[in-house]
Design a binder for this molecule. Structure first.
Ligand code: ATP
Ligand code: MG
Length: 414
């Protein structure tokens, strides 16, 4: 679990800002869910036989003896809230959330125990048009973050529940032939949840799976048509993708469309964004049957990518530094700073605290990256003036305190 230090937070704010702006451009509304939910919500939603539920959840009993879990992802809580608060019945919802998620995994680059996801969930819409728009939305984010050249889209359809049941028998038959070479996880999953075997990270088993039967050959007509519709929309929008017939996703609730945005630039942790359709989940969690599709992206991985590409210029935290020296200058300095904050929207003003001579104070102003210093000595205070120093240009002039907001507004506009 990481601290986000002051040197790192500007990059996070930038990534979060871009992501939020893009999401708003598609008319989505924010929902904020609690970080803790009843454990059984995740077991039911994500599936008992998944990495997340089997080994990654932070679960504990509270003082009433209820089993609670720190949320490992956002979809389950979002659907729970939607059902509980009547957001999903007979209406459509386009929602997004952002926040910390918790999984007890082995920490490594791009994989942490507290990480942050931003997710978008669309409810009540069943066409491939919505699936396509989610992909367009993410593609726009990559462009705005400057990482579009470094991610690619993988796409698949995992069909209906029934189609998967049929495929499942074929897959189990194949896996049984190779049982001796499977690892323990896969052997167990072969009987409990064989599709999950396709999701293995073990390269030896991945090599065997090359010859496994493909889900694509078992798809139901409805899913085939949906997938064709999605591909057509993506083609028309100029979105490039690869159909990966082995893409199944790590969580149980998906059907039809599944997609992942992957990158080669983060080593093993290559998936930056993953999503798909989950038409059965709302009903499974006790609501009325409601079509749904969504995605979640890992913000740490995006921040890592943006950092390594150095595409972003990070803004200094201060615009104006108030330098004061002499009897009574501090009071005037603080009042002037408050006046500037009110009168010049968006300007960031820092007072010098802890004294120091002019030289020392100008050094501090440079250190925080201020563009302007407002300098007050005893003369300025008695004459109600202030010295305005352009720290980059090196020029300075004395002006009336009453003109300060006009001057600064003008300076920061140009
Ligand atoms: P992976 O295959 O990398 O384990 P996943 O299938 O478990 O990913 P999802 O549950 O689909 O991941 O979560 C969506 C996204 O959240 C991932 O694509 C990734 O960007 C991010 N993510 C998931 N787990 C972590 C983690 N432990 N640390 C940082 N980011 C994560
Ligand atoms: Mg995982």
């Amino acid at each position: 679990m990481n601290d986000c230090l002051p040197t790192e937070s500007p990059l996070w704010q930038k990534v979060e800002g871009v992501v939020k702006d893009v999401i708003s451009a598609y008319g989505c509304s924010e929902i904020r869910m609690p970080i803790v939910e009843m454990t059984h919500l995740f077991c039911r939603a994500i599936g008992e036989v998944t990495d997340v539920v089997e080994k990654e959840m932070y679960t504990f009993d509270d003082r009433n003896g209820d089993s609670l879990t720190l949320r490992p992802e956002g979809t389950a809580g979002c659907v729970r809230a939607g059902i509980e608060k009547g957001l999903l019945y007979n209406q459509e919802q386009r929602l997004w959330y952002m926040g910390p998620m918790f999984r007890h995994e082995r920490p490594q680059k791009g994989r942490y125990r507290q990480f942050h996801q931003c997710g978008v969930e669309m409810f009540g819409l069943n066409g491939p048009d919505v699936d396509a728009e989610l992909i367009l939305m993410t593609a726009r984010m990559w462009r705005e973050l400057g990482i579009d050249q470094h991610v690619r889209l993988e796409l698949n359809s995992i069909g209906s529940l029934e189609a998967r049941a049929e495929y499942r028998s074929a897959l189990v038959a194949f896996l049984e032939q190779h049982e001796s070479v499977l690892d323990d996880d896969c052997k167990r999953r072969m009987h409990t949840n064989p599709l999950r075997v396709l999701d293995t990270k073990n390269p030896d088993i991945q090599a065997i799976l090359v010859d496994a039967p493909e889900l694509t050959d078992y798809l139901d007509d409805d899913s085939k048509e949906h997938f064709a519709g999605l591909c057509e929309l993506l083609n028309a929008s100029g979105i490039e993708y690869t159909v990966n017939p082995r893409l199944v996703r790590g969580l149980d609730y998906y059907n039809k469309t599944v997609f992942e945005w992957v990158t080669e630039s983060l080593g093993a942790q290559g998936t930056v964004c993953a999503g798909g359709r989950y038409d059965g989940l709302v009903e499974q969690l006790g609501g009325k049957a409601t079509p749904a599709v969504g995605f979640a992206m890992g913000l740490e991985r995006l921040v890592l990518m943006v950092t390594s590409l150095e595409t972003t210029e990070i803004r200094n935290p201060v615009d104006v530094y108030v330098v004061t020296a002499g009897e009574g200058t501090m009071v005037t300095g603080m009042k002037l700073a408050e006046h500037v904050r009110s009168a010049v929207p968006g300007v960031r003003v820092m007072n010098n605290f802890g004294g120091g001579n002019f030289k020392k104070q100008f050094k501090r102003a440079d250190k925080v990256g201020a563009a302007i210093a407002l300098v007050l000595g005893e003369n300025e205070v008695s004459e109600q003036t202030v010295v305005l120093k352009d720290l980059a240009g090196g020029t300075q002039e004395t002006i009336n305190q009453s003109d300060i907001s006009d001057r600064l507004t003008h300076f920061f506009k140009s």
